[in-house]
Design a protein around this ligand. Structure first.
Ligand SMILES: C[S@@+](CC[C@H](N)C(=O)[O-])C[C@H]1O[C@@H](n2cnc3c(N)ncnc32)[C@H](O)[C@@H]1O
Ligand code: SF4
Ligand code: SF4
Length: 467
């Protein structure tokens, strides 16, 4: 078992509801999955933390959390991901939160934690309630490096190891939860990759994730600490060693989001004859043209101060939240103007087969990563293996496109068709700058309005939205 961003818990009926709502441009009943950051507080201070700018002392009070879970479960919430903000297990009433989720039949799809507070009581609940996946962000391979990375006393490292071992021992033969040990590498510790792998093996976890510490926009880390493209060759022998050691077990989940590193990884795999493991499958029906994000019909992220956001990648304080759970109900927000606007924006991307330029005047909610190709891995990584879903989505979107993306139709329909054409013909686009085209389009539209209205009235040709 592994986390699926909740997709494994979604019924066929609910998937159909999502597709029908996308096509109709309406809302679903409510989120089926939620990223619930119980608190913005944390008990350690990782130098690399991508949530530093969110760090407050806040947590969602238990009564508000219980009401929220009740309300969302009533509208079909099936699963949550508990991450941060801060550390989810640092919520003062976290045991009650687990109990309330279980009471409402809401599955913990993923818990991502530094593991310092993963006590026996927490472990009992994770196992009893069949949590799907626990990721321990262990990050370092020994106490000294742990102290450096997490900026805490070295002794905490042993405590986390003890917590991992206890959870695994208590779980016994059960497959719930699947346990992942995650390590992060930078310039100071990448030579320890083989030891990281060995530690994961000796702990007996189900997967060993090796990733690089990534830059965080608007945060500055110690100079020269992050791995860069030019470190690739220095890392190669260590990468080859871990791939070799993993050949029999297939536990590695390895991905380096550094330019050129994944090519090196593939070469290393070929050299030591180690196939890619733990990657997410892609169904034949999944096509890039239908790969647009549909989170606005599926999920929401709620942070420790109650802000509601599209997902865990769009949490930065400079981005306006979609609402706050301390003001109004979740249902009101889900059907309110911000979510409606986000659905409109996502629908336009889907209708145009992802062939749309990012323009911040047009997109109030979506960010470049949501629209430009290849920038967001989250939007379909967990879903792209679902043959039935993507086959049905493709068929229904194609019907909608025939109706709504047309060279002869209303101005809105024609504009969509023209944009798709220009996107797929970059040389034409360069010749006709978008600005020129928009002005020409507006001019033609205004000056031909009486003619179009006449054609519509006399001949019934619907070239216009003119009366
Ligand atoms: C922000 S943490 C929140 C949950 C929890 N406190 C933890 O550390 O697991 C979520 C995940 O992001 C990872 N992370 C944070 N900053 C990162 C960075 N700059 N580069 C790569 N991963 C990062 C953490 O290691 C962790 O696995
Ligand atoms: S444990 Fe998680 S939330 Fe806390 S500082 Fe580290 S990465 Fe950030
Ligand atoms: S496209 Fe990616 S970043 Fe944008 S809302 Fe969807 S999941 Fe979040």
């Amino acid at each position: 078992m592994r986390g699926t961003h909740g997709w494994a818990e979604v019924s066929a009926e609910r998937k159909r509801e999502i597709i029908d709502a996308i096509v109709a441009g309406t809302a679903t009943r409510g989120p089926v999955h939620a990223e619930l950051d119980l608190t913005d507080r944390c008990n350690v201070a990782c130098y690399f933390c991508n949530q530093q700018s969110l760090r407050t002392k806040e947590q969602i009070p238990l009564p508000r959390l219980s009401d929220l879970i009740d309300e969302m479960a009533g509208n079909g919430l099936r699963s949550v991901r508990l991450s941060g903000g801060g550390d989810p297990l640092f919520h003062r009433e976290v045991l009650d939160v687990f109990d309330h989720l279980a009471l409402r039949g809401v599955v913990v799809d993923n818990l991502t934690t530094n593991g310092v507070a993963l006590t026996e009581e927490v472990a009992r609940r994770l196992i009893g309630n069949k949590a799907r996946e626990v990721i321990f962000s262990l990050n370092a391979v020994n106490a000294a490096d742990y102290a450096r990375m997490m900026q805490v006393k070295p002794a905490l490292f042993d405590k986390v190891l003890e917590n991992i071992r206890r959870l695994l021992a208590m779980r016994g033969e059960s497959i719930y939860p699947s346990v992942v040990a995650q390590f992060l590498i930078d310039r100071k510790n990448f030579r320890s990759l083989p030891e990281m792998y060995d530690l994961g093996r000796s702990l007996g976890v189900d997967r060993i994730a090796l990733n690089a510490v990534l830059e965080v926009p608007q945060e500055s880390f110690e100079e020269n600490i992050l791995l860069a493209p030019e470190d690739r060759e220095a890392a190669r022998p260590y990468v080859e060693t871990v791939l070799e050691r993993d050949r029999d077990a297939g536990l590695l989940q390895i991905d380096f989001a550094i330019s050129g590193w994944n090519e090196m990884l593939n070469q290393a795999r070929a050299k030591v004859d180690a196939p890619a493991q733990n990657s997410y499958p892609t169904a034949p029906a999944f096509k890039d043209e239908n790969a647009g994000c549909f989170f606005a019909w599926y999920t929401a992220a709620i942070t420790g101060n109650g802000d509601i956001r599209p997902c865990c990648l769009l949490l930065h304080p400079s981005m306006k939240p979609l609402g706050n759970i301390h003001q109004g109900t979740m249902t009101e927000h889900w059907n309110g103007p911000a979510f409606t606007k986000m659905r409109d924006e996502m629908r336009e991307v889907l209708l145009r087969r992802n062939k749309i330029e990012y323009d911040e005047k047009r997109f109030e909610i979506l960010k470049p990563a949501c629209v430009k190709e290849g920038l967001c891995w989250l939007k379909n990584m967990y879903f792209r293996g679902d043959q039935e879903f993507y086959a049905e989505l493709a068929a229904k979107l194609d019907e909608a496109r025939k109706r709504e993306v047309r060279f002869i139709g209303t101005p809105k329909q024609m504009k969509r068709a023209a944009e798709v054409y220009l996107h797929t013909h970059p040389r034409v686009r360069q010749t006709l700058s978008a600005d020129w085209l928009h002005r020409a389009y507006d001019w033609a539209r205004n000056s031909s309005r009486p003619l179009r209205a006449t054609l519509k009235r006399r001949l019934g040709w619907n070239l216009t939205d003119a009366a």
